[in-house]
Design a protein around this ligand. Sequence first.
Ligand code: NOJ
Length: 553
Amino acid sequence: MTWWRSAVIYQVYVRSFADGDGDGVGDLAGVRSRLPYVRDLGVDALWFNPWYLSPWVDGGYDVADYRSIDPVLGTLAEAEQLIAEAREHGLRTIVDVVPNHVSDQHAWFTAALASEPGSEERSRFWFRPGTGVSCELPPNEWVSHFGGPAWTRTKDADGVPGEWYLHLFAPEQPDLNWDHPDVRREHEDVLRFWFDRGAAGIRVDSAALLVKDPDLPELDPASPAPHPYVDRDELHDIYRGWRAAADSYPEPRVLIGELWLPDPDRMARYVRPDELHTAFNFDFLTSPWEADRLRECIDSTLAAHREVGAPATWVLANHDVTRQVTRLGRAATSFAFETKRAGVATDPALGLRRARAAALLAMALPGSLYVYQGEELGLPEVENLQPHWIQDPMHHRSGGVDPGRDGARVPIPWSGSRRPFGFSPDDAAWPTWLPQPDGWASLTVEAQTADPDSTLELYRSGLAIRRQEPGLGDGELRWLDSATGVLAFARGSLACVTNLSGRPVRLPAHDRALLSSAPLAGDRLPPDTTVWLRLGTHTDNAAPAGDATQRSD
Ligand code: NOJ
């Protein structure tokens, strides 16, 4: 079973997808009621962000119990029902597993806090004495991904400050010690728990961070030694164990890694045949809207994946990054957490035009594709959330400098002309957990359905063609000769041409145009537009003979 090599996977951020019970927060009942929508969009699988019991300090990535569903979202029985119903609609389910850390409310961590330094309970985490005269300083100077120190000091039962514990994210997300056998055992159990309930696979959160150098050395970029907690070689053994568990099912389960690694070759090591199946392509997601840079990303991605026989993935957005309509409308179009700031000027019309072109480009590339809920509606980032609404610790722990990620997590507009735009039932008592902008009436699913110019219909058409077209999905790509600033490649008898050159360009010889992200200008492709062409009689001569960019395999 290799469905995942070509799959289109739709990411559901449950709290913001659809609210079934009217409390302003999306839930499993809401997802169940909207399954036909996702089926009709033309995707193969759903990836759900964490839905487990959680204090929601980090959007559910602080898991208190993997074996129960948070009551705000539903029940375990409902999750089982949802997985089964999705399957009836032809949709597989991917669940999110967060192995680097747990919530500080997890039974293991509360037991650790209640136990003595040096105890078995504490050894599942990274507890250490502090440094300085009276241990008033953290064990080292590692910094949390959300800002501030990666260590928090505990208090002993008598209220006296005690040991420190490590958290690469928020203090409420203590890091697990992957050298401890319980940690390994427990996670393999959790995988099986969800596989047994019909999950077709798991998304592995922060997959490059689990293993730490037990000496916890300071970071030294000049040192040739492996990084103390990123991309350590010991990780591969863990994923081999998970692969064995995934492969033990009659329909083997799929492992998808969240690996933010700049080097495509290092990343490819995680998708070797006995490890994870695929990994998110963050190089593509962060790339600027520039032909050379995108081509380099496509080539290096495909080369690194070819080496290990894994399919590439193409991702333009997720719940952690600025929505592409806003990002691509800016002067600087790449994405970086470090430079993300609110209020940087953006041209929404240009951003939408580019986002549509980027979508058709991504859909045509070899491998699998991710669609983050709302991108098919062309939703922009909501950049004017008042601070009191924002829940993301990235915002609060940066002292408000970083806008955080909630602007990409605003509830989806489904129908109607007033908030909550069908997200909650009509008689809902509560506002949505993050407020939708007033002006989203034209972006609802209802408003866009059957409008041939809408972004939703562009996604529907593109995904329908992708599904039927034998040349798309997994497979090979053949670059076509093209003008500077233009990306043109063939997949079988279909060509995908994206114009990033800023001026109209002539289309290559073709039989007919199948789909374009903006109207064509006669035989010219306007700027910031992607077109899919049926090469037909021109399939073989679309690339000049001996083209050095042609792939030979
Ligand atoms: C990556 C997740 O996508 C993000 O939302 C989360 O904050 C961190 N991992 C920590 O779990």
